[in-house]
Design a protein around this ligand. Structure first.
Ligand SMILES: Cc1ncc(COP(=O)(O)O)c(C=O)c1O
Length: 396
């Protein structure tokens, strides 16, 4: 798909070289149509959402709620089940805190995997401290996939919630979440799906998946920064207390106490991030079009091409994967490689990828990661391989 022209930033230079952007798993680039949508809010109807009777405010409120409806359609949910947050991180914190405080007690178990992002570990560690519950980790296999037999064994009667990533931000593995949710549901265990790395690449249908909660971020799927989504089943959301409090979420407030309005509004205190939420809806439309039309199979191509590099160690070998290659080159630190490639115009990520427990399990302190998106072509992969080979000659 030739969509490079939709991204003004791709015609810019990176350290005087043509930019080859390969860090979309961290944050994707934003097409002009999404930037325009955000600008339109500021230029044409930037009034206060949910608070104003004047026309500008009414227009802003309508656009904000239209966006909620569109994002609900995007993942097969109802509008009342879509909560705008500032990020997937905030979405997961919301569930860990608000659901966790009333549903977890001493010795209850939260089941995670060793491939979780810190955002899907630390919020649970915090609620464990307050409730006395514990975290168990399902270990991934050498190929970066999960063993469903281990998972079945781990689902004992102390487990109250499973919180799993749909796709790993290191291995690229797409986990079999539908099957995992089925197995948990049979034991009345709740499931949160971290869809940060899957929503940008595969069509999500929360009703088909049957998850209880699902979180994703706008900035990894062509959207603006500062906006994320939490999906929750309506009966669960109705039972939960607000995560943060303030204006906009109340029914009544006296000097002594307050009562809450219903979901999703009771989870959106303060003036919402209207411009970002509105533009996220346009990002979802843009992504839907890419999902329907892309045939590049860049995940296979990049895996095959990069495997040919001398001394490369690629982490993860799942069949069902997103276009992420995490790797180390023997004798070159990932940070040095990332610096070298930066001067060739290529942006890759290096470090622990907010997955220190997984790095420990893999017995490494860091790795390099190239992640591809719809604006990347096979030529970008070839260019990367060429420059890594150059790095090997110079740095080793
Ligand atoms: C799998 C996964 N979960 C959660 C997050 C956190 O996303 P954000 O920083 O947008 O909240 C990330 C971001 O890299 C991620 O890759």
């Amino acid at each position: 798909m030739d969509i490079k022209k939709d991204f003004p930033i791709l015609s810019q230079k990176n350290r005087d070289k043509s930019l080859v952007y390969l860090d979309s798993a961290a944050t994707s680039l934003t097409p002009k149509v999404v930037v325009d949508s955000e600008m339109k809010y500021y230029n044409e109807y930037g009034g206060s959402v949910h608070r104003s009777v004047y026309e500008l405010g009414e227009k802003a409120t309508n656009a904000y709620e239209k966006s909620r409806k569109n994002l609900a359609n995007f993942i097969g949910a109802e509008s009342s089940e879509i909560i705008f947050t500032k990020s997937a991180t905030e979405s997961i914190n919301l569930v860990a805190e608000s659901w966790g405080k009333d549903n977890l007690k001493k010795d209850d178990i939260i089941l995670l995997t060793d491939m979780e992002h810190h955002s899907n570990i630390i919020p649970w560690q915090m609620i464990c401290k307050r409730t006395g519950s514990k975290i168990n980790y399902l270990k991934s296999k050498e190929d970066g996939t999960l063993d469903l037999n281990d998972y079945k064994k781990a689902l004992n009667n102390k487990v109250k919630i499973v919180s799993i990533t749909h796709a790993s931000n290191v291995f690229g593995t797409i986990n079999p979440v539908e099957e995992m949710i089925d197995l948990a549901n049979n034991k009345e265990i709740k499931v949160l799906v971290d869809a940060c790395q899957s929503a940008p690449h595969i069509k999500i249908d929360v009703k088909k998946m049957n998850c209880d909660f699902l979180a994703f971020s706008g900035h990894k799927m062509f959207g603006p920064t500062g906006v994320g989504v939490l999906y929750g089943k309506s009966d669960l959301l109705e039972e939960m207390d607000p995560y943060q409090t303030g204006g906009g979420i109340i029914e009544t407030v006296t000097m002594e106490e307050s009562t809450w309005t219903h979901s999703p509004y009771k989870f959106e205190p303060g003036s919402p991030m209207a411009a970002q939420a509105i533009a996220l809806s346009d990002a979802a439309d843009y992504l839907d079009n890419c999902l329907a039309n892309d045939t590049s199979n860049i995940e296979e191509y990049s895996k095959e091409k990069m495997s040919s590099i001398n001394g490369i160690n690629i982490y993860g070998n799942a069949k069902h994967r997103t276009p992420i290659i995490s790797f180390n080159i023997e004798g070159i630190h990932s940070l040095d490689l990332a610096h070298f490639l930066d001067y060739e115009g290529i942006t890759i990520r290096s470090g622990h990828h907010c997955c220190q427990p997984l790095m420990n399990a893999l017995n490494i302190s860091s790795c390099a990661r190239a992640s591809f998106y719809f604006y990347n072509s096979k030529k970008d992969v070839d260019f990367l391989v060429d420059k890594i080979n150059k790095a090997i000659k110079i740095l080793k």
